[in-house]
Ligand binder design. Structure first.
Ligand code: PGA
Length: 251
């Protein structure tokens, strides 16, 4: 199995020059990325640039997908445009988009759109708080079910589920989820997927983790059974992103 490594640049870097520098750093070290399923999810404005250099690194992703069809829709980026730039993967339902009002219902519609358009969806789920009573299990259960609503059993293998507990995002390695806790969550997510799609299909869904993955904790976190990472802040430095790739390869 090849591990998945996703860079989620979010709304960074702040300029085209910085984006170019980051990309040069990644291309120089591309040998490390080739042994993984490496994905760069860049802001739409940098997709053209990243797309022109992505071949030696991996595949190009968008951070969202629009449901709006081709036409006169001011401010929208259509799927057709994304595909034209070489986008093969889309992050869907990231917690930062959910915070802006994106519901699981909308996430499920975007998921359907991605499947129809032949784009691999990375569907993000995760609880806001890891409370001591374990209520987060129920939160996650209903979020997974509603976000994947309508997904056919035969399409389940086409998706990636990114478990991203909101409380662990944007911190540092010491505040990230611990490997033991993460393995419980991976087992739980697989169980929910099994109830929804059956054992065979559920086993084919890749489950990755995101939330303060850094060079210092990547190796330990992989012991959880997660099949890769969605990396935010540590993907904005070529050096640390390469170190994470190496940590996965040397696990
Ligand atoms: P982080 O972000 O690595 O900065 O915690 C992860 C994410 O939000 O995708």
């Amino acid at each position: 199995m090849k591990y998945i490594l996703v860079a989620n640049w979010k709304s960074h870097p702040g300029s085209l020059d910085e984006a170019k520098r980051l990309l040069v750093g990644l291309v120089k070290q591309s040998a490390n990325f080739k042994k993984l399923h490496t994905v760069i999810a860049a802001p739409n404005i940098f997709l053209d640039l990243v797309g022109s250099k992505i071949r030696s690194i991996g595949v190009l992703a968008s951070q969202d997908i629009s449901l709006i069809p081709k036409g006169t829709h001011t401010g929208e980026t259509t799927v057709e445009m994304l595909k034209g730039l070489g986008v093969k993967v889309s992050i869907i339902g990231h917690s930062e988009r959910r915070k802006l009002g994106e519901t699981s219902d909308l996430v499920s519609k975007k998921l359907g759109q991605a499947i129809r358009e032949g784009i691999t969806p990375i569907v993000c789920v995760g609880e806001d708080a890891h409370d001591t009573e374990g209520r987060y299990y129920e939160v996650l259960n209903s979020q997974i079910r509603s976000s994947l609503e309508g997904l056919k059993k035969t399409d389940a293998k086409k998706i990636v589920v990114a478990y991203e507990p909101v409380w662990a995002i944007g911190k540092s390695a010491k505040d990230a989820m611990q490997p033991n806790d993460l393995s419980q969550m991976v087992i739980f997510i697989r169980k929910v997927l099994t109830e929804m799609f059956g054992r065979n299909a559920a086993d084919q869904v890749a489950i990755i983790y995101g939330g303060s993955v850094e060079p210092g904790n990547a190796r330990e976190l992989l012991k959880s059974g997660a099949q890769g990472f969605l990396v935010g802040h540590s993907s904005l430095s070529a050096k640390s992103f390469v170190e994470i790739a190496k940590a996965i390869l040397n696990k």
